[in-house]
Design a binder for this molecule. Structure first.
Ligand code: COA
Ligand code: DKA
Length: 176
């Protein structure tokens, strides 16, 4: 992370502590309510520059026998940390994601993920997250990510027609 950081200011219109954050997109694999095969995460805003989420580890998420697949865990980290830019301004997309797997995460348990902004420089937002199974003193995984804020209309303009929600986005874009 760079030494010279911008001041962090919570956006006045973002979710208040304890309130759910708006999903990235209703079809988002991580947090979309309409994603047919997604994680269906509900991410809540926390105090300061933090968010948190809980995810039941279901059978379909299995990688090694009886434990979560590493890619599913990485997706959950990506999605939860990916909510952080919205606490301070426009959405950001992931440019870097790093995950440390500390202990097996059993099917049937509930994973708790807590994420926070470490700093911001221009459009880059540096984030970290920790996952545990109910005891914050016994982390089972950690992650770091870098997110870059984007103008969503511009960033997704060439791709939105591939979205399951293409018509909804088209209608929204033509609204005055
Ligand atoms: C994010 C993206 C739009 C940035 O491109 P851009 O608008 O041309 O902006 P830049 O390349 O100048 O990057 C902006 C800043 O992020 C930094 N950055 C870009 N990629 C980075 C990475 N992988 N790791 C760390 N920093 C990175 C740049 O160095 C730059 O920093 P600066 O302010 O110090 O100059 C482009 O890289 C992209 O579309 N990436 C794919 C994102 C994606 O699909 N993510 C997965 C799904 S969310
Ligand atoms: C419509 C706003 C969407 C903003 C950012 C989407 C990020 C999704 C998560 C991811 O793919 O890592």
């Amino acid at each position: 992370m760079p030494d010279e950081l911008d001041e962090l200011v919570r956006h006045p219109k973002t979710s208040k502590p304890g309130e759910p954050m708006r999903s990235h997109n209703k079809s988002c694999f991580g947090c979309g309510v309409d994603s047919p095969r997604g994680l269906h995460l509900t991410v809540h805003a926390g105090e300061g520059f933090t968010v948190d989420a809980r995810m039941p580890v279901e059978q379909w998420m299995e990688g090694g026998p009886g434990v979560i697949h590493g890619g599913i865990l990485s997706s959950a980290f990506d999605d939860v940390m990916g909510m952080l830019p919205r606490l301070i301004g426009p959405p950001g997309v992931t440019v870097h994601l790093q995950v440390d797997f500390l202990a097996p995460i059993p099917v049937g348990k509930t994973l708790h993920i807590e994420a926070s902004i470490l700093g911001k420089q221009r459009r880059k937002i540096y984030a970290e997250a920790v996952a545990h199974l109910g005891d914050p003193d016994r982390p089972v995984a950690r992650a770091n990510g870098v997110f870059v804020t984007v103008d969503v209309r511009e960033h997704f303009a060439d791709h939105v027609e591939n979205s399951a929600k293409a018509q909804e986005y088209k209608d929204r874009m033509h609204r005055p």
